[in-house]
Design a protein around this ligand. Structure first.
Ligand code: ZN
Length: 118
Protein backbone atom coordinates (compact mmCIF):
# COMPACT_ATOMS: atom_id res chain seq x y z
CA UNK A 1 0.00 0.00 0.00
CA UNK A 2 1.34 3.41 -0.94
CA UNK A 3 2.06 5.83 1.86
CA UNK A 4 -0.70 8.42 2.28
CA UNK A 5 -1.56 10.49 5.31
CA UNK A 6 -4.39 12.26 3.53
CA UNK A 7 -4.90 15.50 1.68
CA UNK A 8 -2.89 18.46 2.97
CA UNK A 9 -0.99 16.24 5.42
CA UNK A 10 2.66 16.53 4.48
CA UNK A 11 5.05 13.77 5.46
CA UNK A 12 8.73 12.95 5.30
CA UNK A 13 10.86 9.90 5.98
CA UNK A 14 12.96 9.22 9.07
CA UNK A 15 15.91 6.93 9.74
CA UNK A 16 14.75 4.00 11.88
CA UNK A 17 18.42 3.39 12.63
CA UNK A 18 18.62 6.81 14.31
CA UNK A 19 15.38 6.29 16.24
CA UNK A 20 16.82 3.00 17.57
CA UNK A 21 19.89 4.89 18.74
CA UNK A 22 17.80 7.64 20.38
CA UNK A 23 15.58 5.06 22.10
CA UNK A 24 18.67 3.78 23.92
CA UNK A 25 19.88 7.28 24.91
CA UNK A 26 19.19 7.80 28.64
CA UNK A 27 19.29 11.58 28.23
CA UNK A 28 15.77 11.47 26.78
CA UNK A 29 12.63 11.14 28.90
CA UNK A 30 11.28 7.59 29.12
CA UNK A 31 7.87 8.09 27.45
CA UNK A 32 9.62 9.61 24.43
CA UNK A 33 12.18 6.78 24.40
CA UNK A 34 9.23 4.40 24.23
CA UNK A 35 7.95 6.22 21.15
CA UNK A 36 11.45 6.29 19.63
CA UNK A 37 11.62 2.50 20.12
CA UNK A 38 8.20 2.13 18.49
CA UNK A 39 9.32 4.17 15.48
CA UNK A 40 12.75 2.53 15.35
CA UNK A 41 11.50 -1.03 15.28
CA UNK A 42 8.04 -0.69 13.69
CA UNK A 43 7.28 -3.06 10.83
CA UNK A 44 5.07 -2.13 7.91
CA UNK A 45 1.98 -2.53 10.11
CA UNK A 46 3.32 -0.17 12.77
CA UNK A 47 4.04 -2.98 15.24
CA UNK A 48 7.37 -3.18 17.04
CA UNK A 49 7.53 -6.48 18.87
CA UNK A 50 10.07 -7.26 21.55
CA UNK A 51 11.20 -10.41 23.32
CA UNK A 52 10.64 -10.64 27.08
CA UNK A 53 12.91 -8.09 28.77
CA UNK A 54 14.13 -6.64 25.49
CA UNK A 55 12.38 -3.27 25.80
CA UNK A 56 13.47 -3.01 29.47
CA UNK A 57 17.07 -3.52 28.34
CA UNK A 58 16.72 -0.90 25.57
CA UNK A 59 15.41 1.60 28.12
CA UNK A 60 18.39 1.10 30.45
CA UNK A 61 19.47 4.12 32.47
CA UNK A 62 22.90 5.75 32.38
CA UNK A 63 24.14 2.98 34.72
CA UNK A 64 23.43 0.47 31.94
CA UNK A 65 20.98 -1.50 34.08
CA UNK A 66 17.73 -2.63 32.42
CA UNK A 67 14.56 -1.03 33.74
CA UNK A 68 12.46 -3.10 36.12
CA UNK A 69 9.35 -4.72 34.68
CA UNK A 70 7.23 -2.25 36.68
CA UNK A 71 9.15 0.79 35.42
CA UNK A 72 8.94 -0.47 31.84
CA UNK A 73 5.18 -0.93 32.13
CA UNK A 74 4.95 2.55 33.66
CA UNK A 75 6.95 4.12 30.81
CA UNK A 76 4.70 2.44 28.23
CA UNK A 77 1.62 3.65 30.16
CA UNK A 78 2.92 7.23 30.19
CA UNK A 79 3.65 7.04 26.46
CA UNK A 80 0.06 5.84 25.89
CA UNK A 81 -1.27 8.63 28.12
CA UNK A 82 0.53 11.18 25.94
CA UNK A 83 -0.78 9.51 22.74
CA UNK A 84 2.81 8.78 21.70
CA UNK A 85 1.89 5.16 20.95
CA UNK A 86 -1.45 3.38 20.42
CA UNK A 87 -3.52 2.23 23.41
CA UNK A 88 -2.98 -1.46 22.53
CA UNK A 89 0.76 -1.07 23.10
CA UNK A 90 2.56 -3.10 25.74
CA UNK A 91 6.17 -3.94 26.57
CA UNK A 92 5.74 -6.97 24.27
CA UNK A 93 4.67 -4.86 21.30
CA UNK A 94 4.56 -1.11 20.79
CA UNK A 95 2.03 0.00 18.18
CA UNK A 96 1.96 3.22 16.20
CA UNK A 97 -1.30 4.54 14.73
CA UNK A 98 -1.48 4.72 10.96
CA UNK A 99 -2.02 8.48 11.08
CA UNK A 100 1.45 8.71 12.64
CA UNK A 101 3.50 5.98 10.98
CA UNK A 102 3.41 4.22 7.63
CA UNK A 103 6.03 2.08 5.98
CA UNK A 104 5.95 0.79 2.47
CA UNK A 105 8.61 -1.87 2.51
CA UNK A 106 9.64 -4.80 4.66
CA UNK A 107 7.88 -7.95 5.73
CA UNK A 108 5.52 -7.76 8.69
CA UNK A 109 7.06 -9.57 11.65
CA UNK A 110 4.78 -12.07 13.40
CA UNK A 111 3.35 -10.39 16.48
CA UNK A 112 2.77 -12.55 19.57
CA UNK A 113 0.95 -9.76 21.40
CA UNK A 114 -1.55 -8.90 18.65
CA UNK A 115 -2.53 -12.05 16.83
CA UNK A 116 -5.59 -10.37 15.31
CA UNK A 117 -3.86 -7.23 14.14
CA UNK A 118 -5.03 -5.47 11.02
ZN1 ZN B 1 1.78 -6.14 17.80
Amino acid sequence: MAISFGTNRPWGAVSQHEFRRMAKDPRHLLPYRVQYAAIGWADRHGHASFQAGELAALLAGSDGKALSKQSTTGAVSRAKGLDLVSPQSSAACLVLPRYLFQKEKGAPIPCRAHKDRR
